[in-house]
Design a protein around this ligand. Structure first.
Ligand code: HEC
Length: 113
């Protein structure tokens, strides 16, 4: 005899609701799940941008790409993520995968301030 415990029914009902909610959250990039990504605001990513700002700050920044203010970082987020993915940045390397992931999640999921 097969019986389904009430607790299981409740659990699956909750899962459905949660999934529906997940589907409605922002997903700005194809193949990148912003619902499960670790997306943190710029204000908490100081250690991540520290891999870029030794060069990309101030008026002499390479190609005028700056990450030393939220406005500049947000404007260059997509290019930055592309350069990281391509392995061209940070120049000189040394950026841990965890920091690359945080940069990418931030860039692809709405660049929260
Ligand atoms: C050691 C200095 C240095 C660091 C650190 C560095 N960059 Fe760069 N970056 C450069 C230089 C120099 C260029 C110009 C390269 C060129 O023109 O070929 C550049 C170019 C770029 C560009 C423009 C590329 C293009 O052709 O469109 C982007 C975007 C960029 N960097 C993002 C980043 C990001 C994101 C980080 C941090 C994860 C970073 N860079 C760290 C030196 C640096």
């Amino acid at each position: 005899m097969v019986s389904v415990a009430p607790a299981q029914l409740v659990a699956s009902a909750i899962a459905c609701v949660a999934l529906a909610a997940c589907g409605a959250t922002e997903e700005t990039a194809v193949g990148f799940d912003c619902a499960t990504a670790d997306v943190r605001p710029y204000s908490q990513l100081g250690e991540v941008f520290a891999h870029c700002t030794p060069c990309h700050k101030g008026n002499g920044a390479p190609q005028s790409v700056r990450f030393d203010s939220y406005a500049d970082a947000s404007a260059n987020a997509g290019r930055g993520a592309a350069e990281i993915a391509a392995g061209r940045m940070p120049q000189g390397g040394g950026m841990p995968d965890s920091a690359k992931e945080l940069f990418t999640a931030w860039a692809k999921c709405g660049t929260p301030e």
